[in-house]
Design a protein around this ligand. Structure first.
Ligand code: PAF
Length: 276
């Protein structure tokens, strides 16, 4: 495994490499969800590459950029068995003085996470575009847990004719159903105990739809009443949307993306399922 900190270093390395590259961009503090992406990248390509970069431009002024968990040595130990190249740039390498170019996907970034976190996706698409240009992968891997991010990146790649395939991989969950996330580490033991309610409410929605329920308002009411039983949980949104356009729907017509953001204290958890 080669660890590289500069863009010039990656370009130099790539000049001498032959074979397809599978790439997993991350912000580090890795968990089993990231490792599943890296394993898939390794299985489907000759070379697997991972970036670790906590991207300042995708955090709002009141968000957790400074406190975002970081542990490079632990990350490197987890990556070692599956990764050929790790790119860990400094902030100034990615955004040198005078940096002022942005990549934006319109419309599908205005809803859900984009509505609550203005500017977030502009930071994501800009950094992912830069990372794609630097690493030049054949395939790039993202988790379904960040469903909107995956849809936005797919759209960016399609709209800008990027010469790569965006692969979206299933959400990896803890045994009690909580979707794995680096931010789970912020939860107190009591919050952690209540956090599986997100997935439980999604499962409830799925069961209602499978039993023939079609009215979104009725399903949302059931989900809400389940979640508010967890006294530490505050619902930010529960959305039923077309899985591609992310436009809200009122009657179930698959494929439907059911997604939610729920706060436990200051920690925002997101989760989703797709009803096919
Ligand atoms: O999902 C993430 O960890 C980040 O949004 C990403 C894709 C690495 C861009 O910074």
């Amino acid at each position: 495994m080669q660890v590289i900190n500069t863009i010039a270093g990656i370009k130099e390395l790539k000049r001498n490499l032959k074979g397809t590259v599978g790439f997993v961009p991350t912000m580090g503090y890795l968990h089993a969800g990231h490792i599943a992406l890296v394993k898939q990248a390794k299985a489907e390509n000759d070379i697997s590459a991972v970036s670790i970069f906590v991207n300042p431009t995708q955090f709002g002024p009141k968000e957790d950029f400074k406190t975002y968990p970081r542990d490079i040595n632990r990350d490197l130990a987890m990556l070692e068995p599956y990764t050929d190249i790790v790119f860990i740039p400094a902030d100034k390498e990615m955004y040198p003085a005078g940096y002022n170019t942005w990549v934006e996907v319109n419309e599908i970034t205005d809803v859900l996470e984009g509505a609550v976190r203005p500017g977030h996706f502009k930071g994501v698409t800009t950094v992912v575009n830069k990372l794609f240009n630097i690493v030049q992968p054949d395939k790039a891997y993202f988790g379904q847990k960040d469903a909107q991010q995956a849809a936005v990146i797919k759209k960016m790649a399609r709209d800008l004719n990027m010469p790569l395939e965006v692969v979206v991989c299933p959400t990896i969950r803890e045994p009690d159903g909580l979707a794995m996330s680096s931010r789970n580490t912020y939860l107190t033991p009591e919050m952690r105990k209540g956090a599986p309610v997100l997935y439980q409410s999604l499962q409830k929605a799925k069961a209602m739809i499978e039993a023939g329920e079609k009215t979104v308002a009725d399903i949302r009411r059931e989900m809400t009443s389940m979640i508010i039983k967890e006294t530490l949980a505050t619902i930010e949104y529960i959305s039923f949307a077309d899985n591609e356009t992310l436009k809200e729907i009122h009657t179930i017509k698959p494929p439907v993306l059911i997604s939610m953001a729920v706060k436990f204290g200051k920690t925002r958890l997101i989760d989703n399922i797709v009803i096919k």
